[in-house]
Design a protein around this ligand. Sequence first.
Ligand SMILES: Cc1cc2nc3c(=O)[nH]c(=O)nc-3n(C[C@H](O)[C@H](O)[C@H](O)COP(=O)(O)OP(=O)(O)OC[C@H]3O[C@@H](n4cnc5c(N)ncnc54)[C@H](O)[C@@H]3O)c2cc1C
Length: 412
Amino acid sequence: MDGGETKVKKGTAVVVGGSIAGLSCAHALTGAGWKVMVIEKSRSPPTGTPTGAGIGLDPLSQKIIETWLGESDSLINSTLPLTIDQNQATDCEKRMNSILTRDEHFDFRAVHWSDLHSLLYNSLPDDIFLWGHRFVSFSISHDKNCVNVVTEIDESGEIVEIVGDLLVAADGCLSSIRRKFLPDFKLRYSGYCAWRGVLDFDTITDLKQAYPDLGKCLYFDLGYKTHSVLYELPRKRINWIWYINQPEPDLKGNSVTMKVSNEMIERMHEEAEKFWVPELVRVIKETKDPFLNVIYDCEPIEQLCWDELVVLVGDAAHPTTPHGLRSTNMAINDAAILGKCIEKWGSVNNLKAGLDEYQTTRLPVVSKQVLHSRQLGRVKQGLRGDFDMKMASPDDFRELQQRNMPFFLGST
Ligand SMILES: Cc1cc2nc3c(=O)[nH]c(=O)nc-3n(C[C@H](O)[C@H](O)[C@H](O)COP(=O)(O)OP(=O)(O)OC[C@H]3O[C@@H](n4cnc5c(N)ncnc54)[C@H](O)[C@@H]3O)c2cc1C
């Protein structure tokens, strides 16, 4: 015995999902002294690929990530400020925007999903990752002291079993771990889908005439029963999203992103002309490979932890619509608080107390944020009967601001 053997037995966490929630948990749990294994079905990390699009990081997430990265400017260098949150009405006949509400004390930062993934991934040890491993099932020992996780290697079909003290479900909004506890759980279709994409900024010179605060502003353009989002990302890229009301599409496969045809893209381009200012139409038209997300959320679930050693984080715990810029921020916050609770209660023997505290802390916050996001989306899509854009007062428009999000300043 070298004196390193202490009375406090730290455990091993098996994290399913190597996206933002999974990586965040890996940081938070290793920080709490736990051993971590991350199982991810994708065959390799998405480093250097154009996967994904833009994300707005709130001040608390920025602080948490900086703690994990341990160097002060790598996050700053990969992000741009979003110091203004502006909602504007688009007059589609005059083809111009007019400001409805402008908050100049916003303190978010814009990051590309794959840059954020790389930052989090590159600051973790390589040997904790099992890429190309599909989670298949898990079983819990009778004494609820350990969990056996079964995975299948994508390439070979070989089965690999991993034993841990804690199972973290970071497997996204269609979580198969959640399904085991909530077999009847259903996602709620929002009533709309979102076209989105990222455009190389160099190709549009007059964009700043219509959007003068690009580089520091989160723009929301509101049209008739539709809205769009526009902001700049580092390396001269523009992130855009356009929400369109429509019946629920028939999704194939295990994803909320739809395959799109050239005809669908052409139709979308034609429609864009009818709703948006010419500068935004050009951004949309010049974007290569736009993609289509079907927007879902769910009624807040009542439990985040089961069987004393299974815990849900990120989209697995609280699928949400994107209007409050919450999904990634909630995932990062979940992980940070999970790490703190587990560290506070110390050993594997006190895991239940740590998980209970995580659940008690996070449930009220994420539940309110999901429901608020839903309302924001419904107002902006003209789906909430009691909010009439034409009759609304300046006070009503302030409802649209991001800072009305419950727990906007964080919950810790
Ligand atoms: C490739 C990708 C790109 C994205 N790009 C954006 C973006 O640009 N903007 C934005 O706002 N949001 C984006 N998102 C969503 C965003 O990451 C989440 O909404 C939010 O960050 C919460 O993350 P999460 O880790 O909880 O869920 P997710 O990001 O959905 O991650 C879930 C992870 O679990 C893995 N997984 C699922 N099932 C299994 C299984 N059976 N076995 C092993 N692994 C499994 C998935 O492959 C995925 O990596 C993206 C997600 C992904 C996966």
